[in-house]
Every structure is written in structure tokens, then in C-alpha cells.
Design a protein. Sequence first.
Length: 180
Amino acid sequence: MTENSTNAWGIERAFINESFKYEQIVLVAHSLGALVLRKALLLAKRDHKEWLDSCKMILFAPAHHGFKMRNLIFESLSSIETILSGLGLISFPVLENLKPNSFIIQNLLHDSMQLLDKKQGNFTIADQIIWSKEEEIVRNEHFGQDSIPLLVENKAHHAICKPDSQYLIPYHLVVKSLYA
């Protein structure tokens, strides 16, 4: 199957020259997005996507070992939502998947390690991981064979991936990956 074929939903893609091939793809994700990205890459492997070996991952505060629910709720929700969720009056199903040792998290790690054991899983290794030294939302724990994380001071979970005039690490890491 070529990349010009219809996708899984039957939607035709625009024509792509058969000789075109990405030399390098840099995928960047933050928090829950790291789990989504890892799952997407595993699905691409299952579908034998040729571009997979061109991918590099940069992950900011990845939630690949879950999160600290109370801290996430208090940082993410308004006061009324916090009160209602604390009372169990509203719920967020995705939060169940982010509990440490959830089925989703264990399955991602298992599938990644199986591919690595077979020497077919280099795409599962994050090129860069960036965590805040003051991280209060996600669990800063090693995943699979990822690179050693960069720990950044004075950046909260929600800001670790956002460059500004004083904090250019996110920008520099992406540019470095593109030209490495």
C-alpha cells in the first residue's frame, strides 16, 4: 500500500509524488500528548508505515507513567469544576487512563519493550525528554530506553514546553533535532 491510498476512513489523500520521502520527522508532545504520540507510532508500526524510521520524539513533561491526580485537577480546573469533581459529580474518563500503572500505560510500555527486544523499536525511544525539576503533575520516571531527561528549573508543568524571551530550550531542542 502506498501513502497515496485512502486512509482507514476511506478518505482519499492528495497526490504525493511516489519518489517523495521525508528525511526527518520531529514529533513534539506535551504531557498526555506523549501517550497519544507513543500510541500513534505503535499503530504506524502495525500498519508498516515507511516514514516511521525517520521520526524523532521530543517530549515535554510526558505523562508516560501517569500523573498526580489531585495536582492536575487543581492546576487545570476552575474552582467550581474542582469542587464538582472532588464531590464526584463530574468525571473525566481520560484521567482513568493516566493513573499510574493503568492498562493504557502498561500496554504502551509492554508493546514498546517487545519491539525493542526484537530490534524493531528504535522509533519508541524519545530523543529528548524535558521535565521541570519542580514537576507537580506527572511522574518523572524513565520509560523504556528513552534518553536521559533534561531537568529544567523554575518552569511549571504547563510552561515547560513554551518558549519565551528568557526560556528558549524548547525552541533550541526542536531546531537542533531538525538539523542533527
